[in-house]
Design a protein around this ligand. Structure first.
Ligand code: FAD
Length: 279
């Protein structure tokens, strides 16, 4: 497979740096072709602004969405944006690797998403009407590709458990999994999370290599999180609310994962749900 690793940590000698090197080596040993976007090393520009549209006229009002659409449609995007889009189109699988900073991704990686996910590329794709709300959430430019997060967190695993003080890790990562990866079409694999990083030593790093190595070996076969498809009949259009008979009486992020709150026949998607519950 072609694999793109998008990596965000400022220090190569960090735990994340070691995990990055291990990941690149493991993937290459397995025969994959790998590209790395090392955002700090690239001095990636994190802020979306008028300079991203090469046709933007000085003094004209800047519209982040419409300038993005114009630049994308007319081949007038800043070259660093276009280069990252080419990498995404090239990749069969994309891995985002980052330390959890304030319950989300570092700003430089958020800025990569904001700038690379152009109007017409990652959003505003497909027919928009009363009957159809675009190609997104399971459809879109990046459909058919796989994506996975590698995340390190200072907090303990129990702090991120279903009743943990920080909130469940599935909820914390939902905006990235569902909003950033599933939205433009990726099949999203369960994340690999390293908790309690302050206690990582040489012995624990061996365990990390073993666990992560197995996850990387199964990058092409791990069942994705069975998020519901927007256009698969589970949602009323154009309200885009989940049908009342699905996950009845429940709300929250979890209702958008098929099979978690309802008994379903053991179809392929239900098998995927089982795999998520016990990775
Ligand atoms: P490092 O600090 O580089 O290393 C961690 C440990 O691993 C060290 O003990 C180091 O000796 C060891 N190590 C490094 N390399 C190796 C190796 N090759 N072999 C063996 N051991 C090694 N945490 C949360 O849980 N939630 C948050 O919301 C959150 N917000 C944060 C916000 C900010 C701004 C910052 C700075 C931190 C935050 N943290 C948070 C903590 C953060 O997630 C961790 O500091 C980070 O994940 C650790 O990753 P690192 O690569 O920087 O580790």
């Amino acid at each position: 497979m072609n694999v793109l690793l998008v990596y965000a940590h400022p220090e190569p000698r960090s735990l994340n740096g070691a995990i990055r090197d291990f990941t690149l080596e493991r993937l290459r040993q397995a025969g994959h072709t790998v590209q790395l976007s090392d955002l700090y090393a690239m001095q990636w520009k994190a802020t979306l602004d008028a300079a991203d549209n090469l046709d933007h006229q000085a003094g004209a009002r800047f519209d982040p969405s419409l300038d993005s659409r114009h630049a994308f449609e007319h081949g007038r995007q800043s070259e660093d944006i276009a280069a990252e889009q080419r990498k995404l189109l090239w990749a069969d699988a994309v891995i985002l690797q980052f330390p959890l900073w304030w319950f989300s991704m570092p700003a430089i990686l958020k800025g990569w998403v904001e700038r690379v996910y152009a109007y017409g590329f990652a959003y505003g794709v497909g027919e928009h009407s009363d009957a159809r709300w675009g190609d997104r959430y399971g459809e879109g430019t990046l459909a058919g590709k796989r994506a996975m997060l590698i995340v390190t967190a200072g907090g303990w695993e129990s702090h991120y458990s279903p009743r943990g003080i920080n909130g469940p890790i599935d909820d914390i990562l939902f905006p990235i999994h569902h909003g950033i990866l599933y939205y433009p079409g990726f099949d999203v694999l369960p994340p690999y999370v390293v908790y309690r990083t302050g206690r990582v030593d040489a012995a624990r790093f061996v365990t990390i290599q073993d666990e992560l190595g197995q996850r990387l070996d199964r990058l092409g076969t791990t069942p994705p999180i069975p998020f519901r498809r927007q256009n698969g009949g589970d949602y009323a259009i154009p309200q885009l609310t989940l049908r009342d008979d699905l996950a009845p009486g429940r709300t929250g992020f979890g209702v958008h994962v098929a099979g978690v709150h309802e008994a379903r026949p053991r179809t392929a998607s239900a098998l995927g749900a089982d795999a998520v519950a016990a990775p």
